[in-house]
Ligand binder design. Structure first.
Ligand code: F6P
Length: 545
């Protein structure tokens, strides 16, 4: 049985359209239409999204918008913001927009925006207490270092924002992040810290995550050993969780537990108390600016017509590339060192949200959904994987992101950075023809035989699509808007692909199997309860320890 989506008239029209335009080159499209940049770029609140270097025409956009309408995108968006239980497999709303809302948001008769405000007020008191030195550790020392213990959504967002909004020279407290259960991670962080001056934030929505709890136990033991017992240790703990009782049972003082709610997905949660490290590093004011930027993007997404709507444009483009053009790989390349962690953040946001093969109704879909998202900062990437982007056989699309103004004073560096940002998308789009490549080699004085020998290696076919996103500068507001842009982009995709963007059942099986293997690693004697590969590996490890 074909999937409901792929039988829609607009879906079928897009398949036809893709066949018709697949041979058209970007060079041709630009040559034909000098207004292409103006037609295929959108701006909002100090941000420009240019998708003119994507393989599309005006007809593509018209058909994608028709598809969005046929899939009910506008009504799904209303349902999302209204707090309907759009996360049907977990019977939950997905109200991340309520975390930054200025007006009441009612869920089951309760204004959850009010709850958010109350928790953020408590968070503000904690932040001010730590930043001013009023809140002290068990020995009376000010808390100069904070370690966030969390993973996935309880780590990536705060880590990204702290790095993007920094550096914070001379500011207190210094922030550290430990996510991996590899003991090397926490050991190296603890080695450089003074327990008397260190505060741990245990960030876990569920407060059951194996990695975070293992690190929290290690931190608690380190504190207790150095400070003289559990009571003193607990004065160096705080928690962010939807399960406050579990945090208190762990030993976190009740007044140091900040709440989040089951209607916030972990990967959508940095606007809540999960953002505590951001506020500790950058201050409450900048945390509020971050939320204000996201709120502005919410209002744009909810209110702008589909044709002028940034998250809609980006989401539909992803669908066009992944589903209709068969591009299963997408690079995220921020030309900004401060956004170095954006690819990792988007990896979770995009792949945990839309990496699904079953529709909301529980049927296997007959089309491609989320591509593999990956990437790293430019210009570093240019000296690593860009060879493949320019001349490889894999189809990849890429988001290039940069800021017009830097925060540093090295103007020459910024010009170099932006020149590379611009040059790479130009090269990917337009390439270099055989004639051009030969002419360049002749100009270098290469003999004709050498020109012929090298020519196939020196040709760039071009036609490799990219989207450019330019921010005026990386203010907290701009960062908030950028992250919310991607959150809503993902939602748009999920509506078109008819998948639930807010569950993540795919991570469960591995967790369950790890729980089963854990005692086997510690027990004596060989293991024979798994397949031959897993048994072999377990027994090899046991023999080596
Ligand atoms: O395993 C995936 C996941 O559930 C993510 O969705 C989540 O962000 C992460 O683990 C951490 O979960 P928690 O905040 O409950 O510790």
């Amino acid at each position: 049985m074909p999937s409901a989506r792929s039988t829609l008239p607009s879906w079928q029209a897009l398949i036809e359209h893709q066949r018709a335009v697949s041979g058209v080159r970007l060079r041709e499209l630009f040559a034909r239409d000098p207004a292409r940049y103006r037609k295929f770029s959108l701006s909002f609140d100090g941000m420009i999204v240019d998708y003119s270097k994507q393989a599309l025409t005006g007809e593509t956009i018209r058909l994608l918008i028709a598809l969005a309408r046929e899939c009910g995108l506008e009504s799904w968006t209303k349902r999302l913001f209204a707090g309907e239980r759009v996360n049907a497999t977990e019977n939950r709303a997905a109200l991340h927009a309520a975390l930054r809302a200025a007006a009441p948001v009612v869920l089951d008769g309760r204004d959850v925006a009010r709850d958010v405000k109350d928790v953020l007020a408590a968070m503000g008191r904690l932040v001010r207490g730590v930043r001013t030195g009023r809140i002290k550790g068990a020995t009376g020392r000010a808390l100069t270092d904070v370690v966030n213990l969390g993973i996935g959504g309880s780590d990536l967002g705060p880590r990204l924002a702290c790095e993007a909004l920094g550096p914070f020279p001379g500011a207190r407290p210094r922030l550290h992040f430990v996510s991996n259960v590899d003991g090397a991670a926490i050991s190296s962080v603890l080695a450089a810290l003074d327990p008397r001056a260190t505060l741990f934030v245990i960030a876990s929505k569920t407060f059951t995550t194996q990695e975070t709890l293992a690190n929290a136990r290690a931190a608690r033991a380190w504190l207790a050993a150095k400070l003289g017992g559990k009571a003193a240790a607990s004065r160096h703990l705080c928690a962010v969780t939807a399960e406050p009782a579990r945090a208190v049972a762990f030993g976190v003082p009740a007044e140091r537990v900040l709440r989040i709610w089951d209607w916030v997905g972990g990967r959508y949660s940095l606007w809540s108390a999960v953002g505590l490290p951001i506020a500790l590093a950058a201050g409450m004011k900048r945390f509020d600016e971050l939320r204000a930027g996201a709120r502005a993007m919410d209002e744009h997404f909810a209110g702008a017509p589909l044709e002028r709507n940034l998250p809609v444009a980006l989401g539909l483009l992803e669908v066009w590339n992944a589903t209709f053009r068969g591009v299963a790989s997408r690079a995220v390349v921020p030309y900004d060192e401060r956004l170095r962690l954006l690819p990792a953040y988007l990896q979770q946001l995009e792949m945990e949200s839309c990496g699904k093969h079953v529709s909301r109704g529980g049927e296997a879909v007959d089309y491609a959904t989320a591509p593999v998202t990956w990437g790293s900062a430019g210009t570093d990437g240019q000296h690593a994987y860009f060879q493949l982007l320019h001349q490889g056989t894999a189809a990849v699309t890429a988001d290039f992101i940069a800021c017009c103004r830097p925060r540093h004073r090295l103007r020459g560096h910024h010009d170099l950075l932006l020149a590379n940002f611009l040059a790479q998308t130009e090269a990917l789009a337009f390439g270099m023809s055989g004639d051009e490549a030969a002419a360049a080699m002749r100009k270098q004085g290469l003999p004709e035989a050498e020109v012929r020998r090298l020519l196939p290696h020196r040709v760039f076919e071009g036609g490799r699509p990219t989207t450019s996103i330019l921010l005026d500068d990386l203010s907290a507001r701009a960062l908030g808007a950028l992250i919310a842009l991607y959150e809503h982009k993902v939602f748009v995709q999920s509506v078109i692909w008819d998948v639930n963007a807010f569950d993540q059942w795919g991570v469960e099986l591995g967790k369950r199997l790890a729980d089963r293997i854990l005692p086997e690693l510690g027990a004596s004697g060989p293991v024979s309860t798994h397949d031959s590969s897993t048994n072999g590996l377990i027994n090899h490890i046991k023999a080596k320890r």
